[in-house]
Design a protein around this ligand. Structure first.
Ligand SMILES: Nc1ncnc2c1ncn2[C@@H]1O[C@H](COP(=O)(O)OP(=O)(O)OP(=O)(O)O)[C@@H](O)[C@H]1O
Ligand SMILES: [Mg+2]
Length: 512
């Protein structure tokens, strides 16, 4: 048997106006966990889509040899048949179908007479769930599971197909630390069963923890493949490969001079839209001008729900409590009222709420503040283009032009478009929900720099993040949220990951 299970040779892939991959080669050893790193838009997802037949043979140049065979996949079915499974950056489960239905979708368990044998399917699903460590009923609709669990269902689905090579495109981007750790240990267990995996990730600590080899891609070209067991191969070494230089620090310096209070929220209480329970429970907090305030909490603590309900009641029902801007109570009953009052919310879920994927960059950037570009109902197209061009330059959005369709940008670049959109509303308070999810280290630094510029201009910024080091790196003050309640407030100089964790899990312990 070959030592390499996979060799991709001289792969070149172009899209109209973009050379996404140029002569890229990748060799993956049998049984390895092989990481792929690179800045946003480097070509990582594209390379994996070429491998898995999403882009069929003939649409790219180069050669793929998998498990000793030259492969010319004409679609994803072919690659699955060969033993390759890909879990995309955007999960692809059907929310209203059950776990078992999702696992066997397109690969149904048929009994005699060709009917689907659901007893068999459910029993098999239960076994697969056990093998990925997910304690859920196979009949549960997938939409009721959090992202971490959906991820595990995707892997169970891959295992149902006798996978030899599992490809995960940013599997932990949307996961909290516990779920991420769980996923990584699952990859190790699969490795012991002889399954090779390729993992794309921006979380370099996870890569150094789990990968045997790491290939770095920059601007559509392979830079190098690092043997992670070699001395000196650490996060900084990977970063040097990714950005071509050393990164002096992860967080830009900022002098903090908080001023007057800008936003005050009092006794904010929100009910779940369909269940009889409180998702946000008498939460109160303040944000001052020139201040970055963090909100830390575990998955399900109600962070996003808190933010969205404040942002024009775009989440929940029976909302009570008061919002003050500059000391005066304001009503923000709709999103447009919230925007008018100077509140903006940049969503964590860019696909669902943040962007219109079939429109271009220009339309997306202007969408939340069209009024600023219009006169008598007419949008000034030149102005709109100029504004979008400014954003593209300032945010360093990687796209051929502002008329590029947003759905075709790489994940990280889509995130930058979301930020541009809300910055253009010129808010007094900007609430950022997981602003650097799926963003490469260099671009993270750029986003922190943008946050610093905003607060230097007297704006108030609220950051919701699952990455505690990020909150500790950029905030002045951090609130912790647990089960919908504010359980603590710490100035950043007094906060540590440990002290935050204690507060983030407070309610749970009381309930237990
Ligand atoms: N379907 C498409 N049509 C046109 N251009 C595309 C398409 N898919 C990707 N691109 C472009 O190809 C380049 C590589 O994109 P890709 O999604 O592979 O990046 P990535 O390394 O996965 O980035 P990220 O870390 O942000 O996910 C980008 O410039 C992107 O805009
Ligand atoms: Mg990608």
């Amino acid at each position: 048997m070959d030592e390499n299970i996979l060799e991709m040779r001289s792969i070149t892939k172009t899209f109209p106006g973009v050379k996404a991959l140029s002569d890229v080669s990748l060799a993956v050893r049998r049984g390895d966990v092989h990481a792929i790193c690179g800045e946003n838009g480097a070509g990582k997802s594209t390379l994996m889509k070429v491998l898995s037949g999403v882009y069929p043979a003939g649409s790219y140049d180069g050669e793929i040899v998998f498990d000793g065979q030259v492969c010319r996949f004409s679609g994803i079915r072919d690659s699955e048949h060969a033993g390759i499974a890909i879990i995309h950056q955007e999960l692809a489960l059907v929310p209203f179908l059950s776990i078992a239905e999702n696992i066997f979708l397109g690969n149904e368990r048929r009994g005699r007479a060709g009917l689907i044998d659901w007893n068999k399917a459910n029993a098999e699903a239960a076994e697969l769930l056990a093998s990925v460590g997910l304690a859920e009923n196979p009949l549960t609709p997938v939409g009721q599971l959090g992202v971490g669990k959906q991820q595990l269902v995707e892997i169970a689905k891959a295992l149902s197909k006798d996978v030899k090579l599992l490809i995960l495109d940013e599997p932990t981007a949307a996961l909290n630390d516990t779920d991420s750790a769980h996923l990584l240990s699952l990859l190790r267990r699969l490795q012991q069963r002889g399954i090779t995996s390729i993992m794309i990730s921006h979380k370099l600590n996870e890569i150094t923890a789990i990968a045997d080899h790491t290939t770095v891609i920059r601007d559509g070209q392979t830079v190098e493949t690092l043997d992670m067991s070699q001395p000196g191969v650490d996060q900084d070494r990977i970063i040097r490969g990714m950005v071509g230089r050393d990164l002096e620090s992860y967080y830009p310096e900022r002098e903090s001079h908080p001023g007057e209070e800008v936003l005050r929220v009092e006794d904010w209480t929100v009910k779940h839209p369909s269940q009889d329970r409180l998702v946000v429970d008498h939460a109160s907090f303040t944000v001052r001008a020139g201040e970055v305030v963090g909100i830390a909490g575990l998955m399900g603590a109600g962070r996003t729900e808190l933010a969205m309900s404040i942002f024009g009641r775009s989440y929940g029902r029976d909302i009570s409590g008061r919002i003050f801007m500059h000391g005066r109570e304001v009503k923000a009953r709709t999103v447009s009222e919230a925007i008018d009052r100077g509140i903006a919310y940049a969503t964590e879920d860019r696909k669902k709420y943040g962007l219109n994927l079939i429109e271009d960059i220009r339309r997306n950037v202007s969408a939340a503040a069209l009024g600023k570009l219009s006169r008598r109902g007419w949008v000034n197209g030149n102005e709109e283009t100029r504004v979008a061009e400014d954003s593209r330059r300032d945010m360093n959005i990687k796209a051929p032009s502002v008329s590029s369709i947003v759905g075709k940008l790489s994940g990280g670049n889509q995130q930058k478009v979301v930020l541009s959109k809300w910055l253009f509303t010129d808010p007094e308070v900007l609430i950022l929900d997981e602003p650097t999810r799926g963003i490469d280290v260099g671009a993270k630094y750029e986003i922190y720099t943008i946050i610093n510029k905003l607060v230097a201009a007297g704006k108030a910024v609220v950051v919701i993040s699952s990455e505690l080091p990020e909150l500790l790196g950029i905030c002045d003050r951090i609130y912790t949220l647990s089960a919908g309640r504010i359980t603590g407030e710490l100035p950043v100089r007094e906060a540590t990951q440990e002290s935050l964790m204690v507060l983030m899990t407070k309610e749970k312990e009381l309930a237990a």
